[in-house]
Write a protein that binds this ligand. Structure first.
Ligand code: PRP
Ligand code: ZN
Length: 228
């Protein structure tokens, strides 16, 4: 459990957000290395940094193991819908504190390059592989589509080649992964960037530490208020 006098911050250990997250924290006065083990205590500013898989960060914050986390809006919303769907008394409400302006990407539908796509109704009856079943389900319901969702926790891009699915719904940043797998982006489901979030029950003491850190950040002053 997060310690009373320390603000614990969960960040991605490896992956797209790691370097920019460390850079952001440095701008907030927290001088840490990108690969500083799995746990790093900064006694002088009452901060604990916890390095984990990005997909685990919402659970850690929801269960008060960590106080705040930095993840993509895509991961945040996927887990938030999952929590809201499978209501658990233990889970506290999340709040987005700040949009961080890095880690920009899209959650998009992509189909094999040699297949035609005219409009969303082409998706009816098709199998879609994804690691974001809740966001995809929400999208399908909104557009009244009858596609089947195939859940995979990684390497989603290979699914059409393996015959597991007709198309995919996955993150696209540079588009390189899609190209490498002969896939073509056809529809953006969600835009994403890194966000800083907390559970809504932070103590005054922890809020003070957080506000002190954020007051130092000069990189991105345009914090947006968001109703996610
Ligand atoms: C995403 C996605 C693709 C890749 C796309 O993975 O699953 O594999 O990035 O990037 P590109 O368009 O620049 O090629 P992510 O970094 O989120 O890793 P994870 O799924 O292991 O968390
Ligand atoms: Zn991930």
């Amino acid at each position: 459990m997060a310690e009373k006098n320390y603000l614990s911050v969960a960040i991605q250990k490896n992956g797209r957000l790691n370097n920019d997250t460390v850079f952001f924290l440095k701008n907030c006065g927290i001088d840490i290395a990108a690969d500083a083990g799995l746990y790093n205590r900064k006694q002088s500013i009452n901060i604990d940094i916890v390095y984990v898989r990005d997909d685990d960060i919402p659970e850690l914050v929801a269960n008060n193991i960590c106080d705040v986390g930095i993840v993509g809006r895509n991961v945040f919303l996927e887990r938030k819908i999952a929590f809201d769907t499978n209501v658990s008394e233990k889970i506290k409400k999340f709040e987005i504190i700040k949009y961080l302006g890095f880690g920009n990407c899209r959650l998009s539908l992509a189909i094999p390059s040699n297949i035609a796509f005219n409009n969303l109704t082409d998706l009816n009856g098709k199998k879609i592989a994804t690691s974001y079943p809740y966001l995809l389900k929400q999208f399908l319901l909104k557009h009244n589509l009858t596609s089947e969702i195939v859940c995979l926790s990684g390497s989603v891009e290979i699914a059409p080649k393996l015959g597991l699915a007709d198309l995919i719904c996955d993150l696209v940043a540079t588009g390189t992964t899609l190209l490498q797998n002969d896939l073509r982006e056809v529809y953006c489901v969600l835009t994403s960037e890194a966000i800083l979030f907390s559970s809504s029950n932070l103590s005054d003491e922890k809020l003070q530490i957080l506000n002190f850190l954020l007051s130092k950040d000069q990189t991105n002053n345009k914090a947006k208020v968001c109703n996610d």
